[in-house]
Design a protein around this ligand. Structure first.
Ligand SMILES: [Mg+2]
Length: 253
């Protein structure tokens, strides 16, 4: 059962060493910049000794400017777990994933559904994940044709990536290389808003759902009861209330 974020205890708050946040729907609703309130909450997490990192469906080109502006010290995981950097300054960490299986399926879709299939604007910035739109085509029609590839709906666009790759698994793979290398899974708190974050919620026990009122009912139904905590407010305001409460609880004796 998902509980209110107000149930985060001082003990749990002091245990957290790394906060990992999805971006779209979690830190912001639209656009590329986060609000000053979100920036301030991220700064106070870092100030009290919690590293902050991102795990998003965005390509690196749209995550690195954010990490640089916010001066975060944690990892930058892009393209739904396909691409990772241990810190914003480090080089790409080779997770060994390929774009070929998803590109092959995209070409099949283009042949069958013609102009209803549109590449996402940041298609060329993506190294592995294939982002696209499928106008008015039911998901079931698309899912029938996937071989070795998974189809994800972030609520912003559709994504195709190699089977077995996820935001949560990639974070687990690099966790032992972050900071001093001793961060344990139960010392991580993950934040997300949609189906593409389910792997974060299942791989990491301390998980927070940020309310996204834009999701459709089926999109919210698949999240029910999986995260441990949830925000009351939506989008960035939800992140701020939970992050600030986490910092407050750390200081509570
Ligand atoms: Mg999201």
């Amino acid at each position: 059962m998902t509980k209110s974020f107000l149930k985060i205890t001082p003990k749990l708050a002091r245990q957290i060493r790394l906060v990992i946040a999805d971006v779209d729907g979690t830190l912001l609703c639209d656009g590329d910049t986060v609000s000053e309130a979100v920036a301030q909450s991220i700064r106070s997490l870092e100030r009290c000794g919690i590293m902050v990192g991102f795990d998003s469906g965005r390509p690196l080109t749209r995550l690195e400017p954010l990490a640089n502006a916010l001066k975060t010290s944690g990892p930058v995981i892009a393209e739904n777990g396909c691409v990772a950097k241990l810190t914003k300054e480090s080089g790409l960490y080779d997770l060994g994933y390929s774009r070929q299986p998803a590109l092959k399926i995209l070409n099949q879709f283009k042949a069958e559904f013609k102009s209803a299939i549109r590449e996402a604007p940041d298609f060329k910035d993506r190294l592995i994940d294939v982002g696209f739109f499928a106008d008015n085509i039911p998901m079931e029609e698309l899912t029938q044709q996937l071989q070795g590839v998974q189809l994800l709906d972030s609520g912003y666009m559709l994504h195709m990536i190699q089977e077995g790759v996820s935001k949560g698994k990639s974070l687990k793979r690099i966790l032992g290389l972050i900071g001093d290398g001793t961060i344990q899974p139960d010392e991580v708190m993950v934040f997300g808003d949609s189906a593409t974050d389910v792997s974060l919620f299942t791989e990491f026990e301390n998980s927070v759902l940020i309310v996204n009122p834009r999701l459709t009912k089926p999109q919210t139904d698949c999240l029910r009861s999986i995260p441990k905590f949830k925000s009351a407010l939506a989008f960035g305001e939800g992140f701020v209330e939970v992050a600030d409460f986490l910092v407050k609880q750390r200081l509570t004796t």
